[in-house]
Design a protein around this ligand. Structure first.
Ligand code: NAP
Length: 282
């Protein structure tokens, strides 16, 4: 089974995304069951954010986890850049904790860079660690230049993960960001690993190689896409599945291992970038 280590905790390398959960009241019961199905099939990490439906996704997470042992879960939440300073960070965090129904997050991320100085954000995040409201903090949508700036700040090297867009359509970060993160032992949290159900390029589901691999491994193309994101051992992939069967299938992708020939075929068919790419974001 593929695993990843974040802040000294070893986790199954597939977690649960929650963007758009809670947006449609009639789907909430199924979304809760989908999160529970993923947890029952081995997931531990759940990724949410105060931004998602202005707290609606956090509420869905809260409903899903109430009968699970807190220590078994690895809860990730994100603060909006506008709230990531002295004036609002703790208030935002308290609201998120209350909606999720927990008294700490395992990991709390700055959702993306805004106008509040990074040094101020880091100082506030460190305070929250000291208060026990978060176990660790990290960033999201950070590129090379952002990480270098962060690491130069007091306690900036306490950053425990960087969450960025990564899938077969979007390999831009492999040029310079991923090598830098590897060098610094900074794990990647890969968001939109299914290319949003192949709506980014629209080309993956019809791809002959992905179809062949799916047939050979007796899985779906989406499970192949997910397994591909895990191949370097330093990645937590967080697909969102509001459908129960999708949630179960995604966890089964933890068991998929590609042969060296399959990896080579994927690398040839979906080449990694040969020059710096602007950081892709959704
Ligand atoms: P995604 O996970 O790439 O794709 C989600 C879509 O794929 C949904 O339509 C889902 O449908 C479908 N799907 C899931 N599993 C499937 C399966 N096994 N077979 C077929 N279809 C499947 O896209 P995402 O939601 O954008 O990204 C995942 C998570 O990353 C988000 O939910 C969020 O937690 C995080 N995220 C973070 C940022 C950031 O800035 N940090 C940005 C974007 C996303 P159903 O729902 O019907 O199952």
């Amino acid at each position: 089974m593929h695993t990843v280590k974040i802040n000294k905790i070893t986790l199954p390398a597939i977690g649960i995304g929650t963007w758009h959960m809670g947006d449609h009241p009639r789907q909430v019961t199924t979304e809760v069951q989908a999160i529970q199905a993923a947890l029952d099939h081995g997931a531990r990490a759940i990724d949410t954010a105060e931004m998602y439906g202005n707290g609606r996704a956090e509420r869905v997470v809260g409903q899903a986890i109430k009968n699970y042992q807190r220590e078994q879960l690895y809860l990730i939440d994100k603060v909006l850049p506008t709230n990531a300073g002295q004036a609002h960070l703790e208030q935002s965090l308290d609201r998120s904790l209350q909606l999720v129904g927990t008294d700490y997050f395992d990991l709390y991320l700055l959702h993306w860079r805004g106008s509040i100085p990074l040094a101020e954000t880091v100082k506030e995040l460190e305070k929250m660690v000291t208060k026990g409201k978060i176990r660790a903090w990290g960033v999201s949508n950070f590129d090379v230049v952002d990480l270098k700036e962060l690491w130069n700040l007091p306690n900036g090297n306490h950053c425990a993960a960087n969450e960025d867009l990564y899938n077969l359509d979007e390999r831009g970060i492999e040029y310079d960001l991923l090598p830098l993160m590897h060098q610094h032992h900074l794990p990647l949290i890969a968001y939109s690993p299914l290319s949003e159900a192949d709506t980014i390029s629209g080309k993956l589901t019809a791809d002959p190689l992905l179809n062949e691999l799916a047939i050979n491994h007796h899985v779906s193309i989406y499970q192949i896409m997910l397994a591909w994101t895990l191949r370097n051992g330093n990645t937590l992939s967080i697909p969102k599945a509001g459908n129960i069967q999708h949630a179960i299938d995604n966890m089964k992708a933890l068991a998929i291992d590609f042969t060296p020939n399959e990896n080579a075929a994927l690398a040839q068919h979906f080449p990694k970038p040969t020059s710096k790419q602007p950081l892709a974001m959704i």
